[in-house]
Design a binder for this molecule. Structure first.
Ligand code: MG
Length: 276
């Protein structure tokens, strides 16, 4: 595995969609491997172990996504994403533990997911149920020496911080995604990064514009890095200010693969310049 520098630029990529040589050709040597709900984990360890060794690539995080999730608009996200929907809790908890085991077999030290919209009210039954799930997953991950990181964006920073304190597990942290704060209209990402600084274990570099005014439930629009409302210069400066030394993983979520790779390669160059 390559020795990584502070603020090493990486990529967020997906099993079954991306290949490691293609991702490495963007100019990165580390990243986060997304595991969709439909990925068969049988045999996946051998495959990825061989790929990572051949490409001398460092896997920072395994990221879980789940069957049945839909990011069409905010109400659909609330209904389908993460640990909030009661009907899929049991299945998704088991899947997260399986992905944690998969990551452990590859020597990956962190597991991530979107847990969905955490309610503000700590007595809300959904809050209480999700708190229990997160504790059990943290304890499972801890046995592998892994952290469990929650992707930001679907709730304001202070709500997330309160939830983290309530869960009260030393290996629980945050994968900070500045664009999500904007896409979901939850607050200024740079300010949020300051509030959450002590809990940030990994970072996405993604950009986007705010939701359109007056359209209830609409999400904002993801944009190529540097072309949205995050302010990449401000973002990288804030990462340095809070003393963050981990990886900065470029995430681009559009369908068109060639455009996605072109945007990611451009993002590598932009971040290299900003990192200095
Ligand atoms: Mg993200």
């Amino acid at each position: 595995m390559p020795l990584l520098r502070d603020l090493e630029i990486g990529a967020m990529f997906w099993a079954g969609r991306d290949t490691l040589p293609r991702i490495k050709s963007l100019g990165v040597r580390c990243g986060q491997l997304g595991i969709g709900g439909d990925v068969n984990l049988n045999g996946a360890v051998e495959h990825w172990k061989a790929e990572v060794a051949r490409e001398d690539f460092s896997l920072i995080t395994v990221v879980c996504a789940y069957n049945g999730e839909d990011y069409a608009d905010i109400p659909t996200v609330q209904r389908t994403v993460g640990f909030i929907p009661p009907a899929t809790r049991e299945e998704r908890e088991a899947r997260t533990k399986d992905v944690s085991d998969f990551g452990a077999a590859l020597g990956v030290k962190s597991v991530a997911c979107h847990i969905g919209f955490v309610p503000e009210d700590a007595t809300d039954p959904d809050y209480v149920a999700v708190l229990g799930m997160v504790r059990r997953i943290c304890d499972h991950a801890a046995r592998h020496g892994q952290t469990f990181v929650l992707e930001t964006g679907q709730e304001p920073a202070h709500v997330l911080m309160h939830f983290l304190k309530d869960v009260d597990r030393a290996n629980l942290g945050i994968n900070f995604d500045p664009a999500n704060m904007i896409l979901y209209g939850t607050g200024d990402p740079i300010e949020a990064l300051g509030i959450l600084a002590s809990k940030v274990l990994s970072v996405h570099a993604k950009d986007g514009d705010w939701p359109p005014r007056g359209v209830a439930g609409a999400l904002g629009t993801e944009r190529p890095l540097g072309q949205g409302s995050v302010g990449m210069e401000r973002f990288v400066a804030k990462l340095k200010e809070i003393g963050y030394k981990g990886t900065v993983n470029i995430e681009r979520e559009i369908e068109n693969l060639e455009q996605r790779y072109a945007d990611m390669a451009m993002a590598v160059k932009l971040l290299e310049r900003l990192r200095g």
